[in-house]
Design a protein around this ligand. Sequence first.
Ligand code: HEM
Length: 220
Amino acid sequence: MSCLLRTTIFRKQIVAVSGLMISGFVLIHMAGNCLMFLGPQVYNFYGHQITSGPIYYPIEIVLLLAFLTHIGTAILITRDNRKANVSTPGAMRTGGEKKARFGSQSMIYTGLLILVFLILHLITFRFGTYYEATYNGVIVRDLYRLMIEKFNEPLYTGWYLFSMVLLGIHLSHGFSALFQTFGFASVKNCTVKKIGWIFALLVAGGFSAQPIYAIWVAGR
Ligand code: HEM
């Protein structure tokens, strides 16, 4: 078992499965956040339903494990790739190979910046200011108010939008890598790339629409 854990292909499969789990969460999270377009009551009630349900903490633990596994294994793969590259210096590379290498090499940088974003995001929204709102006698957290406030801070929104560009790049490259890792070689490379970009644009675009909406709401 310990030998299996050390093989690159097994590590890649771990990164791929955890990446897929996180991608699923990110897509659902983006769609849920879009409920803010329906107003504070709908959005705050949705948040309340999720955080007060019995599966909230189990899901959080599974997600945390998926993130730790993804990041830890991705760092190991990157370290081993670098060692292998140092031992074969000066190898001639074709244009296509260089492009592909840029794609895979950028993953660690986009990933680490996304990690910084995630930590700041949790500090701001999960552990940040606790406003309350009451609807039909039920007290809920007023996350809508916090969102509108934060997204009207230019520095916060600038960093947020920059992070969404990074997330889009990470997801689009990640999607192609996922197909390679699981050996779906029969699917055309450009088709995989197109699906990857569509998914990345949907997620990053959906998240980016929220600050734009918040700025519009505050300016009404
Ligand atoms: C929203 C968060 C994230 C999502 C949805 C995500 C998704 C993915 C996906 C789908 C892959 C492709 C898996 C494969 O190779 O088959 C991937 C690869 C990778 N991810 Fe992430 N990731 C996220 C966060 C992170 C973070 C925080 C890091 C920090 C180190 C990271 C580092 C990497 C690296 C280095 C690879 C490439 C590994 C390799 O060379 O095979 N990711 N990611």
